[in-house]
Design a binder for this molecule. Structure first.
Ligand SMILES: *Cc1c(COP(=O)(O)O)cnc(C)c1O
Length: 345
């Protein structure tokens, strides 16, 4: 069994983090701030934001039912994805294993960090196999990447297979639940105490309707969160983002209502889409999008762009030949798509 130190880059394990002006006086009530070379005018934007986003994490802890020390907040989930590489993988030496196809950032960040990326194909139903993923690992494998519901396929990964990976892999397992808010599956963040090397990702970019503020979450054992906090930029989540996130957290009813509407609209669009002459197959989904195999994805994609309608062309992605990924929009937007496709050819 490798402990967390054995999995961590030695320089990161030994890193002495930057100590910001606002970290050093903690425990006292402060009134006059002459420590950070800020401008005293133009409040509140003149002040550096809380580097550890304490108030926001308090609210997220309640909503997500995890401890505050088990939460990392970053500039999108993409920051957490990059931190996984920077904390746990040695460039030019280590490798990671991932399901394929999946979200492209896992590979981009591997390439940036000069870490070998080992994709393992899903089966014909876009399901993962624990045995096949584990067979791709070796002594230099530090991380396994799983995304559930998966992007671009839309389906949940088999829970029992994921549990097998959590039980058998001696390293970090990341489960990206960016679309978890749309799925009935129980989140793996409730199993953090059982699996101290599990990292669960979440985001404000999808169900929460806040892609613009760039706020992603990682849930993990507090030792992993401490590593992330050490390596991240000191003020990685700006004040405007923290403020906006606190505000959307007051509107959870609105968010649930959006999810309900989108799930209902998903059923309608999915059923209508499968009747289209150009549609060969629609794949089951647990997210706010679905994958469809069409007669000729590149040409249908170009036709839609011509009409001002943008979908995601996944034709060149493994197992996704002639597939388009369709995000659920408003009823009006989705009707525009359907009308355009009924007029295709
Ligand atoms: C959209 C998406 C994210 C979100 O990334 P952010 O940086 O938080 O916007 C993360 N993972 C997957 C699989 C996604 O599809």
């Amino acid at each position: 069994m490798r402990d967390l130190q054995a999995l961590t880059r030695p320089n990161i394990w030994n890193l002495k983090p930057y100590s910001s002006a606002r970290n050093e006086y903690s425990g006292h009530v402060a009134r006059v701030f002459l420590d950070a070379n800020e401008n005293p005018y133009h409040a509140p934007l003149n002040r550096y934001p809380d580097p550890l986003q304490t108030e926001l994490k308090g609210k997220i802890a309640v909503m997500k039912q995890v401890a505050e020390e088990q939460i990392f907040l970053g500039n999108g989930s993409d920051e957490a994805i990059d931190l996984v590489y920077r904390c746990f993988t040695n460039p030019g030496e280590d490798n990671v294993v991932a399901i394929e196809p999946t979200y492209g950032m896992y590979q981009v960040c591997a390439d940036i960090n000069d870490v070998e990326y080992r994709p393992v194909l899903l089966d014909a139903n876009f399901q993962l196999s624990a045995n096949r993923l584990l067979a791709a690992t070796d002594a230099q494998t530090k991380v396994i990447w799983i995304c559930s519901p998966n992007n671009p396929t839309g389906n949940n990964m088999d829970r029992n297979e994921i549990i097998q990976i959590l039980e058998k892999f001696d390293g970090i397992v990341v489960i990206d639940e960016a679309y978890g808010d749309f799925s009935e599956q129980r989140s793996f963040r409730f199993d953090l105490d059982k699996y101290p090397k599990l990292i669960v990702l979440n985001t404000f970019s999808k169900a929460w309707g806040c892609a613009a503020i760039r706020l992603g979450m990682a849930f993990a054992d507090k030792e992993i969160i401490n590593l992330f906090n050490k390596v991240k930029y000191p003020y990685n989540v700006n004040l405007l983002t923290q403020r906006e996130a606190l505000s959307i957290l007051q509107q959870q009813d609105q968010v649930s209502a959006w999810v309900d509407v989108l799930l209902e609209e998903r059923t309608r669009l999915f059923e209508a889409f499968r009747q289209l002459p150009c549609c060969k197959r629609v794949f089951p989904t647990d997210a706010n999008f679905f994958l469809a195999r069409v007669t000729d994805a590149p040409s249908i994609y170009a036709y839609l762009v011509d009409q001002g309608i943008i979908v995601r062309n996944r034709h060149k992605v493994s197992l996704c030949k002639d597939c388009l990924r369709i995000t659920i929009g408003t009823k009006e937007e989705d009707d525009e798509l359907l009308v355009a496709l009924r007029n295709y050819e």
